[in-house]
Every structure is written in structure tokens, then in C-alpha cells.
Write a protein that binds this ligand. Structure first.
Ligand code: ATP
Ligand code: MG
Length: 274
């Protein structure tokens, strides 16, 4: 196991709660991602974020992206730990918003130009079109792309324009096995490009996501002393896993290790019970 240590936080959730019309969705969430350091490497962070359907994962993503304000609590991002501002966090939503009146290529170019000078932006767009097997569809409008093509386009778009933090809401759903492998490679690439790069992956594909992650969050309901479920989901301390500490992070072929298989089964059981 290679040595690692932690520096300052790059994402902090403090007392985050969210209610809609009196219905408590999220309750008092405290969680943090620290900049991990591995000697001789630029190692970013990957958080796997799990929870039952309808529990509030997408709502928390919108809060972390600064798109909605929580009823209570704060989200701070970056080494400066500034309150999150919309537009600085890349967010690939479960439904993928692209500009319908622009071609795929132009959609990506608009995103790339927010971060890169014109020549570099064009170059980046070509790289991503190629990586995501989209080059031949570059002139199509979003309405004429397949579901998986739209999804890859949306992921490329966010990678092209965001700062260090990227939220992927269900990135693997609807992709074929080859595209899943490609996306896994891209995620590893993104998180080793810059030590501050941080990707949060919301997924029901526990095995694939855990293999990529160095940290896991499980959003669930807690029980009170009487055994009753408390309203509002939270990320309990015991549902925040440090995979580096457990010796399950950054292994080339971790999915083949028996300890990994056992841990994935354990996580699935925790999700069922939460
Ligand atoms: N704007 C809103 N107004 C009222 N309720 C909302 C609103 N947005 C979300 N909700 C409710 O919040 C809850 C959590 O929704 P959310 O989309 O975060 O679930 P999820 O964990 O992402 O589920 P899935 O895995 O199915 O995507 C749901 O019950 C949903 O109906
Ligand atoms: Mg969701």
C-alpha cells in the first residue's frame, strides 16, 4: 500500500438540511472531502455517493453545485473554502441539458471557451470528441443523438468547463460495457490530472463506483431510540467510508480482490437497511 496523507479540505458540507413544503428531505449533513496527497503523484479525489432511489441524492447534488440553497447549512468548495457559487461546479444531471439549437461540436466549444483560450478550447473539444467516440456525430443537434451519446456529450461538456469539482449523477446508466470502461478510464484520468480535482459519482452501480472511489458516502435514514425512522436522510458518520484507510483505494484491479467483493456486499446490505 503506497503512502498517502491529507491536506486541506476541498469540499465541506456543514449542517446541510433541505425541506420542501414542510417535508424534510435532508437532515443535518456534515461531510468533508480532503485533498489527498500521494508522493510523486498528482492524486485527485473520487467520492462514491449512494442511497436508495428517492432519498435525496440529486437534491444534495443540486445543493453542492450551488443551484439551490439549502434550508439550513453551508457548502464550501476549493482550497479557499468559499461558499459555492453556481457555475463553478461541473454537474452532469440525471437529465442532460444541452443547447438544442447548437450542434454537438458547438455545445462542447461553448463550454470549453469558458475555461480555455480559443485555440486551446478547439483542441480540447477535439480530444474529448475522440475520447468519447463522438467525432462522427459532431454536426448533429442534441435531439438527434442517442441517449448514451447525449450522456457522453454532457459529461464531456462539464469536464471542459468546470473548475476542480465535478458531480456525476448516474453517469453509468444507459451506457454499454465498452463505454463504461471508457468512462472509468476518463474518470481516473480526470482525477490524476490535478491533485485538486474531485469527482463525486452518484450511482446505483456499487461495484463499478466503489472500484473508482477513495471515499464513500451513504445517504440513509437513521432510527431514533425507539427504533422509528427519523424524517430526512443524512450521511451518518458510520456511513462515511475511507477506502484508502481500508486499503481498497487506487488498486489497478481491485474488483478481483476478495476483500473488495466482501466490502461491496456489505455496502449493498447497508443500503438495503437504510
Ligand atoms: N423541487 C421539489 N419539490 C418538492 N419535492 C422535491 C423537489 N425536488 C425533489 N423533491 C423530492 O425530494 C426527494 C428526493 O429526490 P431526489 O431526486 O434527490 O432522489 P434521488 O436520491 O436522486 O433518487 P434516484 O436514485 O431515484 O435518482 C423525492 O421525494 C422528491 O420527490
Ligand atoms: Mg437522483
Amino acid at each position: 500500500m503506497s503512502p498517502y496523507s491529507y491536506k486541506e479540505p476541498v469540499l465541506t458540507l456543514e449542517g446541510v438540511s433541505m425541506s420542501y413544503h414542510g417535508e424534510v428531505i435532508l437532515r443535518d449533513i456534515d461531510a468533508q472531502v480532503l485533498d489527498v496527497v500521494r508522493p510523486g503523484m498528482s492524486q485527485g479525489q473520487v467520492v462514491g455517493f449512494y442511497g436508495r432511489s428517492g432519498i435525496g441524492k440529486s437534491v444534495l447534488c443540486r445543493i453542492m453545485a450551488g443551484l439551490i440553497t439549502p434550508s439550513q447549512g453551508t457548502v464550501r468548495v476549493g482550497v479557499e473554502q468559499q461558499p459555492v457559487v453556481p457555475g463553478t461546479v461541473g454537474f452532469v444531471q440525471q437529465r442532460y441539458p444541452l443547447f438544442d439549437h447548437r450542434t454537438l461540436h458547438d455545445n462542447l466549444l461553448v463550454a470549453a471557451q469558458r475555461k480555455h483560450a480559443p485555440a486551446a478550447a478547439r483542441e480540447q473539444v477535439e480530444t474529448y470528441l475522440e475520447r468519447f467516440c463522438l467525432t462522427q456525430h459532431r454536426k448533429k443537434y442534441p435531439a438527434h443523438l442517442s441517449g448514451g451519446q447525449r450522456q457522453r456529450a454532457a459529461i464531456a461538456q462539464q469536464l471542459l468547463c468546470s473548475d476542480h469539482l465535478i458531480l456525476l449523477d448516474e453517469p453509468f446508466s444507459g451506457l454499454d460495457v465498452a463505454m463504461i470502461d471508457e468512462l472509468k478510464k476518463i474518470i481516473v484520468e480526470v482525477t490524476t490530472m490535478d491533485e485538486l480535482n474531485t469527482v463525486i459519482i452518484i450511482s446505483h452501480d456499487i461495484q463499478t463506483t466503489t472500484a473508482l472511489a477513495d471515499r464513500l458516502w451513504l445517504l440513509g435514514y437513521e432510527r431514533d431510540a425507539a427504533g422509528q425512522l427519523s424524517p430526512g436522510a443524512t450521511i451518518a458518520k458510520e456511513h462515511q467510508y475511507n477506502l484508502a484507510e481500508m486499503g481498497l483505494a487506487w488498486h489497478e484491479n481491485v474488483e478481483a480482490e476478495p476483500e473488495f467483493g466482501q466490502f461491496v456486499e456489505h455496502i449493498k446490505e447497508e443500503i438495503r437497511r437504510s
